[in-house]
Ligand binder design. Structure first.
Ligand SMILES: Nc1ncnc2c1ncn2[C@@H]1O[C@H](COP(=O)(O)OP(=O)(O)OP(=O)(O)O)[C@@H](O)[C@H]1O
Ligand SMILES: CCCCCCCCCCCCC/C=C/[C@@H](O)[C@H](CO)NC(C)=O
Ligand SMILES: [Ca+2]
Length: 590
C-alpha cells in the first residue's frame, strides 16, 4: 500500500523552454523551474514553482507534435516514425479566477524519451481513476426555455467539450415541456446507469430535478412522501447545475458564481455538497419541495406578476419587484414555528456558510444521531406543544430561506448567515410598515447593513413552521362561506386593481414556482385541530369559481413546511474562502 503523500515520480522535464523538476506525489503534481545554477537552492534567484492537486486535474493527453517553440535547446529530440516528435503530454487542470470562477488551464511537459512519457501519463491516469467520487456517466436535462433561452447553446459550446475532455459520458435530453424532466425521472429514467444528474437551466429546472429524484427515491424505498412526519430517504445521485436561468440562486449560493464552465468543472472533479430540503405540506398532503426561498406576500406577488412577463426574460423580476413594492400589499395571518434547538449558528451570525462549513457538519451529525421528534405538534403531546411559538399580525412578507438565497440581484441573499446543510430554515417576518421602511429593508439585501436590524423585521431559525392566513382561522361552515366570498371577491379585485380592494391572500413563491392559494380541502378542518380525511387539489380559475358556488367545498390552504437535513447532494463544494492572493497575478506561472 502506498502511503498518502508518497513520491511516485520525479523527473526533469521541460515546460516551454524551461527545464523543470516535475514531481507527482499521491495528491500533488508540482513543477518547479530549475535555477540556471542548477538544482541547488539560491537565495537571490528562487526557483518558481506551481502545484496542482491531483483532485483538480481534469485529464491528461499525449501530444503528437510539439506545441512549444523549437529553439533546439532540448538536446534529446527523438526521431520517431520519421518525424520530429517532442514526446510531450498535456495536463488539464482547474485554475481559480476572480469571484469564485474556475477555468480549465493546461500545461505541456516535454519528456526526453517515450518510455518516460508513458510512465507519466499512465501514473496520472491511474491516480485520476482512483478518485471514486468522479462521475463517469451523467444524465443531462436541458431546458431550452430558461433565462434568455440559451441553455442548449451554453451546454453545447461550453460544457459538452469539457465533459468529453474529462472522459465523462452523457445522455442528453432536451425537455419538451414543463415537468418533462420531473416526469422522466419519476418513471422512466434508468437511474442505475448514472452517477449523477445535471440540469441546464434555472432554479425552476433544478426544482423539477429534485422533485423527480426525491419522489423516485421515496417510492423505491416505500416511504410515503405525503406524511409530514416521515423521515425522507436521501437519494444516491448527485445533481449538477449548469446555470442558464434568470436567478440561478441555488447555483450561486453553492458555487459562488453563475458560470457554466465553473459548474461543469465542479461536476468533473466530483465535488459533493449536501443540502437541506424543505417539504411543504398541507395537513397530510405533500405539495412541493423547496431548497431556497419559500416566500409569501412580497416575493409571492413578485413571482405571480413576473410570470405574466416571462417574455421580458430575467428583467421581469425587476419590473414586477418595483410594481409590487409600489402596490404595498400586506397580509394578515398567524405564523407558528418550532425554533431549532441544540444546533450551532443563528441567523444574525457574522460568519457565513462556506466550503467545509463546521456548522453544517456539526448540525448534520447532531440530527443524524438524535432525529428530531416531529410529533411535537400533535395535540396529544401537549407538553411539547409549548415549544411552538405563535405570532399573529399583518405582514408584508413571510420568507423562509433554507439557504442564503444569494444571487447576482441580491449578493448577500435574503438571509446571509443561513446554511446550506444545517437542517434549518430562517423564517423572516416583515411586518406591515411604511413604504419607506420596506425600501430600507429591501435595499439592505444589497448593502453591508444588517437587514434584520429593523424594528418591523424579525428572524427565527426554525425546523418547522406553519402559516395560516387570517380568513382560514375558523372552522365553521358559515365562516367558510364568508371566507369563500371574501376570497372570490379578492380574486376579482386583484384582476381589476382599479377598485382598490386589497387581496386577502397572496401566493407562495416556492423556489420560483407559484404555489397558488386555490388549493382546497374537501373536508375542512382547523389546521391545528384533530385529524380528518383531507384532499387537496389545485384548481383552475373556473374550478375555483365552481367550488365557490358549491359553497361547502373549499377552504384555504395553510402551509406546513418541514426541513429535511442534508437530503440531497450537489456537484458543488460550497463557496470557497477567497485566497489571500486571489486578486494578484499568479506568482507561480512559468
Ligand atoms: N421545454 C420546456 N418548455 C417550457 N417550459 C419548460 C420546459 N422545460 C422546463 N420548463 C419549465 O420552465 C420553467 C422555468 O425554467 P427555469 O427555472 O429553468 O428558468 P428561469 O425561470 O428563467 O430561471 P430561474 O428559475 O432561475 O428564475 C420551469 O418551471 C420549468 O418547469
Ligand atoms: C424596490 C425594488 C425591489 C426589487 C426586488 C427585485 C427582486 C429581487 C429578487 C431577489 C430574489 C432572491 C431570492 C431568490 C429566490 C429564487 O428561489 C427564485 C427562483 O429563481 N427567484 C425569485 C426572483 O423569486
Ligand atoms: Ca439550511
Amino acid at each position: 500500500m502506498e502511503r498518502p503523500g508518497r513520491l511516485l515520480l520525479l523527473s526533469e522535464l521541460r515546460v516551454g523552454n524551461a527545464a523543470c523538476d516535475v514531481s507527482l506525489c499521491r495528491s500533488l503534481l508540482t513543477w518547479k523551474r530549475r535555477s540556471s545554477s542548477g538544482p541547488v537552492y539560491h537565495p537571490f534567484r528562487p526557483s518558481v514553482s506551481h502545484s496542482v492537486s491531483v483532485s483538480e486535474i481534469i485529464s491528461v493527453r499525449e501530444e503528437e507534435e510539439s506545441r512549444g517553440r523549437d529553439d533546439g535547446s532540448w538536446k534529446k529530440i527523438k526521431e520517431r516514425e520519421g518525424k520530429d516528435c517532442r514526446l510531450a503530454f498535456t495536463v488539464l487542470y482547474v485554475e481559480r479566477r476572480q469571484q469564485h470562477r474556475w477555468r480549465c488551464a493546461e500545461v505541456t511537459f516535454t519528456c526526453p524519451e517515450g518510455a518516460l512519457r508513458q510512465h507519466w501519463v499512465g501514473s496520472i491516469r491511474e491516480q485520476l481513476a482512483a478518485i471514486a467520487s468522479r462521475p463517469k456517466h451523467l444524465l443531462v436535462y436541458i431546458n431550452p426555455c430558461s433565462g434568455k433561452r440559451k441553455g442548449k447553446r451554453i451546454y453545447e459550446e461550453k460544457v459538452a467539450p469539457l465533459f468529453a475532455q474529462a472522459g465523462v459520458a452523457t445522455q442528453v435530453i432536451v425537455t419538451e415541456r414543463a415537468n418533462y424532466a420531473r416526469d422522466h425521472l419519476r418513471t422512466e429514467a434508468e437511474l442505475k446507469k448514472f452517477d449523477g444528474v445535471v440540469c441546464v437551466g434555472g432554479d425552476g429546472m433544478f426544482s423539477e430535478i429534485i422533485h423527480g429524484l426525491i419522489w423516485r427515491t421515496q417510492m423505491d424505498g416505500g416511504v410515503d412522501p405525503d406524511s409530514p412526519d416521515e423521515a425522507l430517504l436521501p437519494g444516491s445521485l448527485r445533481i449538477g447545475i449548469i446555470p442558464a436561468g434568470s436567478t440561478d440562486c441555488i447555483c450561486f449560493a453553492t458555487v459562488g458564481a453563475n458560470d457554466p464552465v465553473t459548474s461543469a468543472l465542479h461536476v468533473i472533479v466530483g465535488d459533493s455538497q449536501p443540502m437541506d430540503v424543505c417539504s411543504v405540506h398541507h395537513n397530510s398532503t405533500f405539495l412541493r419541495y423547496s431548497v431556497s426561498l419559500l416566500g409569501y406576500g412580497f416575493y409571492g406577488d413578485v413571482l405571480t406578476d413576473s410570470e405574466r412577463k416571462r417574455w421580458l426574460g430575467p428583467a421581469r423580476y425587476d419590473l414586477s419587484g418595483v410594481k409590487m413594492f409600489l402596490t404595498h400589499h400586506y397580509y394578515e395571518g398567524t405564523v407558528s414555528y418550532l425554533p431549532a434547538r441544540g444546533i450551532k449558528g443563528t441567523p444574525r451570525d457574522a460568519a457565513r456558510c462556506r466550503s467545509g462549513c463546521v456548522v453544517c457538519q456539526h448540525n448534520g451529525e447532531q440530527l443524524s444521531e438524535k432525529p428530531e421528534r416531529y410529533e411535537v405538534d400533535e395535540a396529544s403531546d401537549s407538553e411539547n406543544d409549548s415549544e411552538w411559538r405563535t405570532i399573529r399580525g399583518k405582514f408584508l412578507a413571510i420568507n423562509a430561506a433554507s439557504m442564503s438565497c444569494a444571487c447576482p440581484r441580491s449578493p448577500k441573499g435574503l438571509s446571509p448567515a443561513a446554511h446550506l446543510a444545517d437542517g434549518t430554515t430562517d423564517l423572516i417576518l416583515v411586518r406591515k410598515c411604511s413604504r419607506f421602511d420596506f425600501l430600507r429593508h429591501l435595499l439592505r439585501h444589497t448593502s453591508k447593513d444588517d437587514q434584520f436590524d429593523l424594528t418591523f423585521v424579525e428572524v427565527h431559525r426554525v425546523r418547522r413552521f406553519r402559516f395560516t392566513p387570517r380568513y382560514c382561522q375558523s372552522n365553521s361552515d358559515l365562516d367558510m362561506r364568508e371566507n369563500g366570498k371574501h376570497q372570490l371577491f379578492s380574486q376579482i379585485c386583484r384582476d381589476h386593481p382599479a377598485c382598490g380592494c386589497a387581496p386577502a391572500y397572496s401566493s407562495w413563491n416556492c423556489d420560483g414556482e407559484i404555489l397558488t392559494h386555490t388549493a382546497i380541502d374537501v373536508r375542512y378542518r382547523d389546521p391545528l385541530g384533530a385529524s380528518s380525511r383531507i384532499l387537496v387539489e389545485f384548481l383552475t380559475q373556473e374550478e375555483f369559481i365552481f367550488s365557490f358556488l358549491n359553497l361547502n367545498t373549499f377552504s384555504f390552504c395553510s402551509l406546513f413546511p418541514r426541513v429535511h437535513c442534508q437530503l440531497i447532494k450537489l456537484f458543488a463544494r460550497g463557496i470557497e474562502e477567497p485566497m489571500v492572493f486571489e486578486d494578484l497575478p499568479n506568482p507561480c506561472a512559468i
